[in-house]
Write a protein that binds this ligand. Structure first.
Ligand SMILES: Cc1cc2nc3c(=O)[nH]c(=O)nc-3n(C[C@H](O)[C@H](O)[C@H](O)COP(=O)(O)O)c2cc1C
Length: 310
């Protein structure tokens, strides 16, 4: 679909991909009666002077009241206020019937339990097609740390912060170490590995045997040269080790024209299956605080470093 050709439905759907908060904007009409409408078009405009805007459809029952109001209040709804949002989105009802309001700027009602209230003086109104854009100068406000109600793709939602990697506290590390990749890689490897290698030893395997069985897991096959790289064990030691495993049916060693090939076996798999589970658990806890995408990115970056330094 191009941007030149779209219908109203497609336009509305595309707009709904922009998540917004939900507000109820209130004012007094010409007779001093309270008026309110649910609005997600609220946005910030200027810091100095402090200006905000929202827009009201010109056909709304309350449009005239808002366009002519000297003051209005933007009540930012909390995540638990969908009922208030629905109530003020319904035309022609007595929206203030069982709502206990406080009076704000110019006597305009402020709704209870909201997370923020902006008390505004009308600054300007602009023609915005089938909407009127209303700009207000914020004269007073109150705000709490509560969680706001979100409107996204035509439905109410709540916002959750994406966990970020908190900077690790470093005390007294020299500037060089503080920025040295190998320091981080080595320290992470030691910290992650120490505990796990003890588990391997307690299980009666050497670290080298564990690496071989883990690399050949799932009846994987690879050349002696490739396995040497992956296990970080020299080829002579590795061949001896593999022949030892073969005696217990935990690996297969084949001499081919193309070189020595090693293959995993079911018995080899069974020997380390529980250690694989321990490994995965340890990995989960080491990656705590990183989301799945960040963890994947970290692995991709490490693969790149391994390829670059091969
Ligand atoms: C989540 C949500 C956001 C809305 N945002 C706006 C808006 O920004 N501007 C608008 O004119 N109407 C908006 N509406 C619709 C009005 O709340 C609705 O037309 C209401 O009936 C207006 O009140 P009135 O008819 O008493 O004037 C929204 C409705 C919902 C549910």
């Amino acid at each position: 679909m191009t941007t030149e050709a779209f219908n109203a439905r497609e336009f509305r759907d595309a707009l709904s991909s922009f998540a917004t908060g939900v507000t109820v904007v209130t004012c007094l009409d010409a007779n001093g009666e309270p008026v309110g409408a649910t609005a997600s078009s609220f946005n910030s405009v200027s810091m100095d002077p402090p200006l905000i805007l929202w827009s009201i459809t010109k056909t709304a029952y309350s449009a005239d009241a808002f366009i002519n109001a000297k003051h209005f209040v933007v009540n930012v709804l909390g995540a638990d206020q969908t009922d208030i949002s629905n109530k003020f989105a319904r035309s022609g009802t007595d929206k203030f019937a069982d709502v206990e309001v406080e009076k704000g700027i110019g006597g305009v009602p402020m709704l209870p339990g909201t997370i923020t209230c902006f008390e505004c003086e009308a600054w300007a109104t602009y023609d915005g097609g089938d909407h009127e854009i209303i700009v207000g100068q914020v004269k007073a406000m109150r705000s709490t740390a509560g969680s706001g109600l979100v409107f996204y793709r035509g439905a109410y939602a709540t916002a959750e912060a994406i966990p970020t990697l908190a900077p690790v506290e470093t005390n007294d590390v020299s500037h060089f170490i503080d920025n040295y990749l190998l320091y981080y890689l080595t320290r992470a490897t030691h910290q992650m590995g120490d505990e796990f290698h003890q588990l391997v030893a307690d299980d009666g395997l050497t670290t080298k045997e564990w690496r071989v069985l883990a690399c050949l897991y799932n009846e994987n096959s690879m050349s002696l040269a490739e396995l040497a790289k992956r296990t970080m064990v020299d080829q002579t030691t590795l061949l001896e080790l593999a022949l030892g495993l073969q005696k217990h049916d935990m690996a297969r060693v084949q001499q081919l024209d193309s070189g020595t090939k090693l293959t995993g076996t079911i018995a080899g798999q069974q020997r380390v299956v529980h250690l694989i589970a321990d490994c995965q658990e340890a990995e989960q806890s080491a990656l705590e605080g990183l989301d799945a995408d960040a963890a994947e990115t970290l692995k991709t970056m490490l693969q790149r470093i391994i390829a670059n330094t091969d």
